[in-house]
Design a protein around this ligand. Structure first.
Ligand code: SF4
Ligand code: SF4
Length: 392
């Protein structure tokens, strides 16, 4: 086990502007002041962003095209998540009186609370300032309350002062990172309505848990803010790695010893005094260098086959997010192929815990385990069929 996260710092780490994320860019409404501002500063992104925006707009049009079920699933999960993104849901004033717990007791109680809310893993780590976005870029909080698609008509109460591009300051010292496992048989259908359903369902669970946990901590008398799918100020992946949920893998996902690559994240940042968990070293950097199953099976060729490169001061395998999201656009659905084919994504039973222990503790066996996974489960992605209840 390691006291340092296993990603490699190479140079100066710089904060990321949320406006540069693919999810902020695909949400830009063509012709809006935000879209024009962004593409004046980044003309090289205009063409690809128009293609990205078409994916999310197509979700709004699915009902009209006869994909009524897909549209209903999307609304059910993602618009409910959006309603929990309002400022008084994710943040607020702490109670005036404080409960006094020592940091160890606080950790135990916070973890049990989060598990009771449905988190499959909960870890606590520092909030490093470089993982806080530098500027606000994502929905639903900019001019005219406008987003693509329009989650709200007009500017929601409490957001009148919030603007696209607002600088972000977040002084919290600690982060509670939560992981929520997905139903493997649904994600293993490839890029389908079933993946849309399952990703949306688990995200919503992560959204509710983060909002509840932040409210709980504030009611204990300490500042706390939820960060979830529809309202982040921070980057959840490196925060989860720092807290020990898992390691950053070739696919760009965090891979966990127990959950594999098949989970979603949310987190709560706070100043409640808490003891930290340690980052983990389960051998992923070496394992991924011997395995490229996610890359060879990615239909968008978005996962690098080769060596790590340096991005904003971190040496890692760099996912091509644009290629990934454009594939979602072409297929019309969220894709879960890389999560499914990862050899670490397996049922959490005795046999697979034993295999995972070999992978962690016997580095010389890792190449053999990669071959073994191909032999037993196939080197290529084998999609499961859509359950009847999710057929149109
Ligand atoms: S989600 Fe699909 S398209 Fe995106 S990186 Fe993974 S396998 Fe490739
Ligand atoms: S599929 Fe292989 S290379 Fe990709 S993340 Fe999983 S272990 Fe690493």
């Amino acid at each position: 086990m390691s006291k340092r996260p296993t990603y490699e710092i190479d140079g100066e780490t710089t904060r990321f502007d949320e406006r540069d994320t693919v999810f902020a860019r695909e949400a830009l409404v063509p012709g809006s002041p935000e879209e024009m501002d962004y593409h004046e500063r980044h003309p090289e992104k205009r063409e690809v962003d128009e293609r990205l925006a078409r994916f999310i707009l197509s979700k709004m049009e699915e009902g009209a095209k006869g994909e009524h079920l897909a549209r209903a699933i999307y609304e059910s999960h993602f618009l409910t998540s959006a309603a929990l993104a309002l400022p008084d849901q994710v943040d607020g004033e702490p109670a005036e009186s404080r409960i006094e717990w020592d940091p160890k007791e606080a950790v135990n109680r916070i973890k049990e609370f989060a598990r009771a809310l449905g988190a499959d893993d909960v870890r606590i780590g520092p909030l490093r300032p470089e993982w806080v976005y530098s500027h606000k870029g994502s929905r639903p909080f900019f001019g005219e309350g406008y987003t693509n698609p329009p989650y709200f008509k007009g500017i929601p109460e409490g957001y009148q002062g919030a603007r696209y591009g607002d600088p972000i300051e977040l002084g919290h010292r600690h982060a509670v990172s939560m992981a929520f496992g997905q139903e493997k048989d649904l994600i293993a259908t490839g890029a389908t309505r079933a993946v849309d359903f399952e990703v949306g369902r688990v995200y919503l669970k992560s959204v509710v848990a983060s909002v509840q946990l932040a409210r709980f901590i504030r009611a204990l008398g300490y500042p706390a803010r939820a960060h979830h799918l529809r309202n982040y100020l921070v980057m959840l992946v490196p925060i989860a790695v720092d807290a020990g949920i898992g390691e950053l893998a070739r696919s760009g996902y965090v891979v966990s010893r127990t959950l594999g690559a098949d989970f979603r994240l949310s987190c709560v940042t706070t100043d409640l005094p808490l003891e930290y968990d340690e980052p983990v070293d389960i051998g992923m950097q070496d394992f991924c260098s011997k395995c490229s199953k996610c890359a060879t099976n990615c239909p968008a060729r978005a996962i690098p086959m080769g060596e790590k490169t340096v991005t904003r001061g971190v040496r890692k395998w760099k996912l091509d997010e644009e290629a990934c999201l454009l594939y979602w656009g072409r297929s019309g659905y969220t894709c879960g192929i890389c999560q499914t084919v990862c050899p670490w994504t397996k049922p959490n039973n005795l046999f697979h815990r034993f295999v995972a222990a070999i992978a962690v503790h016997l580095p010389f066996m890792r190449r053999f385990l990669v071959f073994g996974d191909d032999a037993v489960y196939g080197a290529g992605f084998r999609p499961k069929s859509l359950p009847d209840w999710l057929r149109e």
